[in-house]
Ligand binder design. Structure first.
Ligand SMILES: [Zn+2]
Length: 286
């Protein structure tokens, strides 16, 4: 946050400030979203599994490359915090910051969720988003952000004091303990910055602080992904509920979320291949 300036503006301050911005990472060279292919592939989906995530808790789920999965709102407005891992290598995980750098602050149909270095490849691609009508509101807010990190007991301790154990960070930690059999202190290091599913967020116009407001999600809404590689997902039903007021407490009304996993009945072996990890040599100039 920038406070009142302590330094005088130089003579050419206005000139410097008027220089037009350019996009840091133009995505022209990324493989485009093949809308026709995904429309065909998702025409005949057969559900093969589902997992219900209880409120203020998290669950893991497995999706094979080439399958689809949906995160579905059930019972009431609820935000979800999503982590993704390569099912065969937990060090390859969702990289929220790079996804933001490539696709912007909020994701929707056609955007991919990218994995961490040194792998950096699309892990999953958004193929349907029933909240895409929301676009941007008058406050600059939108849905499904890659800005926030996840609610956690450390920030809560700094800001409000005390221990709260049902933040998304801790929920995801418990889920990864169950998934891997690791101790909590080890499993905690697997948890990473999330995709904030259904969360409605933006930046305050003056201070540019991260804001949240009541999610527009309603039961029946879903965001759907195509798994580009074999995945383990971990989803937390945030203790903030619809994140309209407060999180990291027992105050908000919370609801479960459902994850549904689908096979496509289309044979697309000739139209799609699981992406390889980055081809960068990793010699770093040495
Ligand atoms: Zn949360």
């Amino acid at each position: 946050m920038k406070h009142s300036p302590e330094n005088p503006a130089p003579e050419d301050a206005e000139y410097r400030k008027k220089i037009e911005p350019v996009v840091c990472y133009p995505t022209d060279n990324l493989p485009g979203y093949d809308r026709e292919f995904f429309s065909l592939a998702r025409e005949h989906l057969a559900k093969v599994d589902e997992v219900v995530v209880p409120p203020r808790d998290a669950r893991t789920f497995h999706v094979k490359a080439g399958q689809f999965f949906r995160i579905v709102s059930i019972e009431g407005p609820q935000v979800g915090d999503l982590n993704l891992f390569n099912a065969h290598n937990l060090s390859e995980r969702f990289y929220s910051g790079k996804t933001r750098a490539l696709h912007g602050t909020h994701v929707s149909t056609g955007d991919s969720l990218w994995s961490s270095f040194p792998y950096m490849r699309p892990m999953a691609t958004v193929t349907h988003d029933t909240l895409d009508w929301y676009g941007w509101d008058e406050f600059g807010g939108s849905v499904h952000d890659v800005i926030g990190t996840r609610c956690d007991p450390y920030t809560n301790s700094v800001l409000d004091g005390g221990d709260y154990h049902y933040c998304c960070h801790s929920n995801l930690t418990r889920a990864m303990v169950s998934e891997t059999g690791q101790q909590a202190h080890d499993a905690e290091f697997l948890v990473h910055d999330v995709l904030n599913v259904f969360m409605c967020t933006g930046f305050m116009p003056d201070t540019k602080q991260y804001f949240m407001k009541s999610s527009p999600v309603r039961p029946g809404d879903f965001i759907e992904f195509f798994a580009q590689i074999d995945l383990i997902g971990a989803l937390s039903a945030c203790p903030g509920g619809d994140c309209g007021a407060k999180h990291s407490s027992e105050e908000a009304q919370c609801h479960p979320l459902k994850v549904e996993i689908f096979n496509s009945e289309m044979d697309y072996a000739d139209r799609w291949q699981s992406p390889e990890p980055s081809s960068y040599s990793r010699t770093h100039g040495l």
